[in-house]
Structure formats: structure tokens, C-alpha cells
Design a protein around this ligand. Structure first.
Ligand SMILES: [Zn+2]
Ligand SMILES: [Zn+2]
Length: 177
């Protein structure tokens, strides 16, 4: 019985780490970066990026920093989830890291088998093919791991862009006054 409870705690810790990490990363880093920053777009969305760039395997400090900032939201939950299950937390970190590398393998011209794409789509999980859509067009396919963050993230993008426009307009009016 105890071992079943341990397994349940482990699965919960692993799932929560990915769910909460992707949530914070998407809404507090990724989407705002698309509106107010240049950094993520420069590193992640410019053309002619090799797989190594995307996979955060390079030694380019800019790429490493983007990778680190994107991963930070996952780290902040470790102390809390560690109390629930250290093993689950570690497995969650490893799965998260593996997913980063895997979702960028499209840059190596790899194609995910159709059956796997169907399973991932059904589970609302991001495939490399889906993530590639985001690389090609920064306005779509948000949610690095979970697809269901895409719709609210696009709304968030829209809201932040409006805020930015309004702020610019206010600034301009102040300058003219
Ligand atoms: Zn990417
Ligand atoms: Zn992006």
C-alpha cells in the first residue's frame, strides 16, 4: 500500500513540476518576452538556427541565458515538490530536459512517427512538429510542453500588445504636450 502511495506522490510531483513550470514559463517569461523583449526572439526565432542552438547545447552565452530563464520557472518549484517526492521531482526535471531536446529535433529533419503524434495530440502534449510551428510564427503554438496553454497564451499576447501600444501612445502624447 505504502509503495502505491509513494508512486502516486512521485507521479503527482513530476506532473506538477511540468505543469506549473510550463505555466509560469509561458505566461511570465515566454509571452511577455515576445511583446517587450528582443532576446527570446533573437535566440529562438531567427532563421538559420541549427539544432545545437535550439537544444541549448551550445556554449553561446545568449542561448544559454535564454535556456536558463526559460528553465528557471521549473526550478522554483523544486523545494516544494521535493517534500512530496524527491524521485518524482528528479524524474520531472529529466523529462522536462529531454522534452526540450526532443521538441527541437525537427531542426535535424527528424519526423515524429504518426502514431506518436496522434498520442501526443490526444494528450494535449507538444510534439516537435507543433513546436516548430511556433518557431516559424511566434504568434502561434505556445505551450512548450502542454498544448492547452496555447489559447490563453495567445489571449495574453493580445492583451500585452494592447498594453504596450497604449503605453507608447501615452508616452507620445506626453512628449507632444
Ligand atoms: Zn523552441
Ligand atoms: Zn517564442
Amino acid at each position: 500500500m505504502l509503495i502505491l502511495l509513494n508512486i502516486a506522490d512521485g507521479i503527482a510531483a513530476c506532473f506538477l513540476l511540468l505543469l506549473l513550470g510550463d505555466f509560469i514559463s509561458t505566461f511570465l517569461y515566454h509571452v511577455p518576452e515576445h511583446v517587450f523583449g528582443k532576446f527570446h526572439c533573437l535566440v529562438h526565432h531567427s532563421k538559420n538556427r541549427s539544432f545545437l542552438h535550439y537544444a541549448v547545447l551550445t556554449r553561446n552565452p545568449l542561448v544559454l541565458l535564454d535556456g536558463f530563464l526559460g528553465a528557471l520557472p521549473y526550478f522554483i518549484f523544486i523545494p516544494w515538490l521535493w517534500q512530496l517526492s524527491p524521485v518524482g521531482t528528479i524524474v520531472g526535471m529529466i523529462l522536462g530536459e529531454c522534452h526540450v531536446v526532443w521538441r527541437h529535433t525537427t531542426a535535424l529533419d527528424r519526423v515524429t512517427p504518426q502514431w506518436l503524434q496522434t498520442v501526443f495530440d490526444a494528450c494535449q502534449l507538444t510534439t516537435p512538429e507543433r513546436h516548430w510551428l511556433h518557431h516559424q510564427n511566434g504568434n502561434v503554438a505556445f505551450g512548450d510542453i502542454f498544448n492547452f496553454y496555447d489559447a490563453p497564451a495567445r489571449q495574453w499576447l493580445h492583451i500585452l500588445r494592447r498594453v504596450k501600444r497604449r503605453y507608447r501612445k501615452m508616452n507620445q502624447q506626453n512628449l507632444e504636450a
